[in-house]
Design a protein around this ligand. Structure first.
Ligand code: ADP
Ligand code: MG
Length: 310
């Protein structure tokens, strides 16, 4: 299997980047949102890639005490996939995303990122093999698999610009001028060039979430995880955040998105998963899952979320 070079060039945030299909991506010098075309993302076209999945999840298990939250999840995420994840509250959606960027360590199973399994297998005689992870590796994984949270998680004592610069400075070790220039570009990309010097307390929820997205983008993630990115927002602020996510989808960004915005999922996702009882209970195209669910549990969930329009 062919692999991308894992050298320092992957980390370099300057200059145009290319995705695995060889197409130029525009995250480093992306157009501002205002310049984004309004055309819908075709839900049927997910880039297929002969090289292999960007993320390959096998048998992922996570338990808290005696509560088996994830009971064996298998998933391949191809470059350019836009995967919407649905499920009842408490079904393990956040836990699943957190396991993908190793904010939670799986109890069993593997996560392979671009052909390499994260962690090192350790075998002790008579015990099942387990994986151990060193912090340096996990720091790299968390840069490559970016996360956007429901509650934004911005540093309140830093400006918007400071929040976006922080990872570039502390994790990437960039000099202030370089980090500042990159952070300014990312804020412009989410339509917040004029809010660079504002502290979170002075920003609306929608603006805070866009800063959080800019912060994630600044690290050049290969995959972006969105955990209910609009659930904490007043209804009138949801649209500005969804427009940013949609523009990223149109740029070919690979993403997993936990959301209750079913109309958005219908139009933007290439695939929809419904999680129940710790497994992927049903999956398919947006049309298959959202309009023609086959399994009673999926049907019942969608019955309860009828208030969407698509
Ligand atoms: P969802 O995002 O689908 O609402 P979560 O992944 O947040 O669900 O949670 C799944 C289950 O795991 C819930 O029962 C929750 O209470 C439990 N859980 C999540 N995180 C922890 C934790 N750190 N410690 C103990 N239980 C947890
Ligand atoms: Mg959650």
């Amino acid at each position: 299997m062919q692999r991308r070079d894992d050298g320092p060039s992957r980390q370099a945030p300057s200059g145009p980047r290319h995705n695995r299909a060889g197409q130029r991506t525009s995250s480093a010098h992306g157009p501002s949102l205002n310049a984004m075309p309004a055309s819908p993302v075709d839900p049927r076209t997910s880039k297929s890639d002969p090289i292999g999945p960007l993320l390959r999840v096998r048998g992922l298990v996570k338990r808290f005490g005696d509560h088996d939250v994830l009971r064996g999840i298998d998933l391949d995420v191809m470059p350019g996939d836009r995967i919407a994840i649905l499920g009842a509250s408490g079904s393990g959606k956040s836990t699943f995303l957190r396991c993908l960027n190793f904010m939670e360590l799986p109890d069993a199973g593997t996560v392979e990122l671009d052909g390499r399994i994260v962690g090192r297998e350790v075998r002790v005689r008579n015990e099942p093999a387990r994986r151990v992870h060193d912090e340096a590796e996990l720091t790299r994984v968390r840069q490559r698999v970016g996360m956007v949270f429901q509650q934004f998680n911005l540093f309140p004592h830093m400006t918007a610009l400071g929040n976006v610069m922080e990872g570039l400075r502390t994790v990437r070790g960039q000099r202030a001028a370089e980090a500042r220039a990159r952070a300014e570009r990312e804020l412009a990309r989410v339509g917040l060039a004029d809010k660079a010097d504002a502290y979170p307390a002075r920003l609306s929820g929608g603006q805070k979430q866009r800063v959080a997205i800019a912060r994630a983008l600044a690290m050049d993630p290969e995959v972006l995880l969105f955990d209910e990115p609009t659930s904490a927002l007043d209804p009138e602020l949801v649209g500005e955040v969804l427009r940013v996510i949609r523009s990223l989808a149109e740029e070919g960004c690979t993403m997993l998105l936990v959301t209750h915005e079913l109309g958005f999922a219908y139009h933007v996702a290439s695939r929809v998963l419904f999680i129940a009882e710790g497994t992927i209970h049903e999956q398919g195209t947006p049309d298959q899952i959202l309009r023609h669910p086959q399994r009673p549990r999926t049907q019942a969930f969608l019955e309860r979320h009828r208030e969407f329009d698509f």
